[in-house]
Every structure is written in C-alpha cells, then in structure tokens.
Design a protein. Structure first.
Length: 144
C-alpha cells in the first residue's frame, strides 16, 4: 500500500528582513523547521497553512506565492510507511507580530514550539532537521 501525507509551511518575514523559524519537539522528536504542519482530511493546502499559523502563533496570514515543493522522495520520520509531500509558501501577517519569540534556535525539552526570528543572511546556518527545509531555504533565498 502506498501512503502519502501532505504538509505545508510558510516563510514569514518581518519588517527587518528576519524570517520566522520554529524549533520544536513533537512526539518527543526534536525538529527545526518553518511554521506549518499537516494538511487534514478535506482541507485545502492554503486553508491548512492558514489554520496552522492560527494554531501555532495566533496569527492571521495572507498566503502568497508557492516557493518550493519537494520533487524528491521524502520518507516520514514518524512512520516510514508514508511518503511526505511538502509545500512552502511566502506568507504575510495580517495581524501585529506580537507573539512570544525566543533569541536562539533551541529545541524545547518537552513537546512544544519556540518561534525564532532569523536574519535572512543566517538562514543557511540554521540546523534544519531535514533536507527538505534546507532545499526550501535555498529556493526562498533565490526567489523574489
């Protein structure tokens, strides 16, 4: 049986040119990624991205251009029976950016998330957990 999962993430940039990164622990696993997550059954990709930003940051967003989609196979680290397809979009905040952020990309000890603003010039130095985020970062930095 071929199983697939769809995920969606957003590149949110502040007015100083910093990009939001999420350091989190999910089901005990440390992850460094962009804000976003899984597309639920019956949900569109853009709808899922808006929901994820609302759930994770309490933030309403406008979704812009698609920046990256993985054209290479990615096997889920949570369940190797699944192949992962991820979409990365440029997003803009519709609300003030007044959520709590942290100074360093550091994964919390317990399940949870730590949003961190990172200078665009430093994004390639972020220890992203998976190749897909590294490739999406390259595409983002080359776009615009």
């Amino acid at each position: 049986m071929s199983l697939r999962t769809v995920r969606v993430y957003g590149f949110l940039e502040d007015d100083q040119g910093k990009v939001l990164v999420s350091a989190e622990r999910f089901r005990g696993m440390p992850l460094v990624k962009y804000p976003g997550g899984g597309v639920e059954w019956g949900e569109g990709i853009r709808e899922a991205l808006a929901r994820e930003f609302q759930e994770e940051l309490g933030l309403e967003i406008s979704i812009g251009d698609l920046v990256f989609f993985n054209e290479f196979p990615v096997i889920s680290v949570f369940d190797p029976k699944y192949q992962v397809f991820s979409f990365f979009y440029r997003v803009t905040a519709l609300d003030p950016l007044d959520f709590e952020t942290f100074a360093e990309v550091e994964v919390p000890e317990n399940d949870g998330e730590r949003p961190v603003w990172v200078k665009k010039s430093e994004l390639m130095k972020v220890p992203f957990t998976h190749k897909i985020e590294q490739e999406a970062t390259k595409a983002y930095l080359q776009s615009k």
